[in-house]
Design a protein around this ligand. Structure first.
Ligand SMILES: *Cc1c(COP(=O)(O)O)cnc(C)c1O
Length: 464
């Protein structure tokens, strides 16, 4: 008998319920190609004397290849995860979490027609940012405001509109890499201005800036050293002093505050941290911040400052390339509207403000819920959390977590299992186990953590 006669046909796979279930999000042509390639490779195996076996066995062998290829195809698709890292604004995990009410507004605006560029009062075309600019001015005390796609775009627009062909003075201590080898100074330089570096990595003095001022100087830049802290023998010039130097020379300060704090963080149990309103009060000409860091909104770049500096940015052709879309704009409006309340209901701020004793109780609750999982041990432990997203890098938050340890499983394998589970859990690898910090795991997700761990049956995987 022909060795290949037991090889199943492609169509037999295509109508299998497991394949149908796994092929969502994959074009049907690609699904067919995946099946064909798995059948082809089995044909080669059979011809080379591999299993020609019974039909059902071959079918299952091929099907298992097909299913893993389908999973591989969709493995990089966006999905929600449980953040157990203890980092509240985690750049790899989508930064700021938005509230339901904020997204409800975005949903309403985007699934219906809306007044994005129409004034309902006059019937004429309107600037899509008209309301949000007013709100930002009132919230920060600024004369003028503008919103673009992200903070990097804000820095680019500001330097292109105000400094092209001229020089920007920047301290060597503030040449910041914001992640994935992007550097704000390099982004600013794209606008066609020259960065004049002054001072040393650890110390820059007002005299360094003063000496660098020339007829070609457009502004003095100050960039928040978001994701690192220089300690020890250091000196940096506060923005207020830079602004006063700038005033003496008819210049202005461009301050990239990074995270951009809108409220007094002391009411969340943190030390005082300069706010956007403080920068405006200091007279800083142009301030830029991110929408999706401690502000707690969607990705956005917010620019506030003096009218005379913001006006040229509004006229720049570049603005069209950097403008925000209606979805993000609706979410940002909803977020900023929260800041008109005495206690804004912003998930990022609420996560930061959780008292440690409540977190300890939650960690104990998580441990109790996990007792149904065998093959692992669970210990409640204090574990420091962080704000993240380059916000207050030296500031840690007291929190609690559950340390998970496998009886017959390495910590690396356990961490990978959690990550590939359903729902995926991103946790921190520690020398003595895998830590689930509960600061970012609400009570409502404890059941999901248990589901993830139960599905893995760690005991049966003990020696894999
Ligand atoms: C995060 C950060 C940026 C980049 O902001 P995006 O909104 O991600 O473009 C720029 N500058 C500083 C100081 C930052 O911390």
């Amino acid at each position: 008998m022909n060795r290949l006669s037991n090889l199943p046909k492609i169509d037999e796979f295509l109508c299998d319920y497991r394949l149908i279930e796994k092929s969502g999000g994959i074009p049907s042509k690609r699904v067919t190609e995946i099946v064909r390639s798995c059948v082809d490779s089995m044909r080669m195996t059979v011809l080379q004397g591999g299993p020609s076996g019974i039909r059902g066995e071959l079918f299952e062998l091929i099907m298992s290849d097909v299913l893993s290829s389908l999973s591989e195809y969709t493995s990089e698709r966006l999905t929600s995860v449980i953040n157990a890292t203890g980092v509240i604004i985690h750049t790899n995990l989508g930064r700021a979490k938005l509230s339901q009410s904020c997204m409800a507004r975005a949903l309403l605006i985007s699934t219906e027609y809306n007044n994005l560029e129409l004034s309902l009062k006059t019937g004429a075309r309107r600037n899509r940012l008209a309301y949000i600019e007013r709100l930002l001015c009132d919230l920060t005390g600024a004369e003028a405001a503008l919103v673009v796609n992200n903070n990097a775009a804000a820095a680019l627009l500001a330097s292109a509109a105000l400094c092209a062909g001229k020089e920007i003075i920047l301290s060597r201590g503030e040449i910041v890499e914001i992640g994935d080898s992007f550097r704000i100074a390099d982004i600013i330089a794209l606008s066609g201005c020259r960065i004049i570096e002054v001072g040393a990595t650890n110390r820059t003095h007002i005299s360094d800036y003063e000496r660098a001022i020339s007829p070609d100087t457009a502004c003095i830049a100050k960039i928040h050293t978001s994701n690192y802290k220089i300690m020890g023998f250091t000196a940096a010039v506060p923005a207020v002093e830079l602004q006063s130097l700038a005033d003496d020379h008819g210049l202005f300060v461009l301050e990239d505050m990074g995270s951009g704090i809108m409220v007094d963080l002391r009411s969340y149990g943190l030390p005082y941290e300069r706010t956007v309103a403080d920068a405006i009060r200091d007279g800083v000409g142009v301030v830029t911040i991110s929408g999706d860091k401690i502000l707690g909104g969607p990705q956005a770049g917010i620019i506030v400052g003096k009218e005379k500096h913001i006006a040229p940015m509004k006229k720049s052709q570049l603005l069209r390339c950097l403008r925000m879309d209606k979805l993000s704009l609706a979410a940002l409006e909803a977020t900023l509207i929260e800041y008109t309340q005495k206690t804004p209901s912003i998930p990022v701020l609420e996560l930061i403000g959780q008292p440690p004793d409540i977190l300890k109780v939650r960690a104990e609750r998580l441990k109790a819920a996990l007792s149904v999982v065998s093959g692992l041990t669970f210990t409640v432990q204090p574990h420091t959390a962080q704000i993240g997203g380059g916000s207050l890098p030296e500031q840690s938050l007291p929190s609690w977590g559950v340390l998970v340890k496998g009886l017959h499983l390495s910590n690396n394998k356990l961490e990978a299992m959690l990550r590939s589970g359903n729902p995926p859990i991103v946790a921190t690898l520690q020398p003595d186990g895998v830590m689930l910090n509960v600061i970012t795991i609400p009570d409502s997700r404890i059941g999901d953590v248990v589901t993830n761990l139960l599905a893995h049956k760690p005991v049966s995987q003990a020696h894999t």
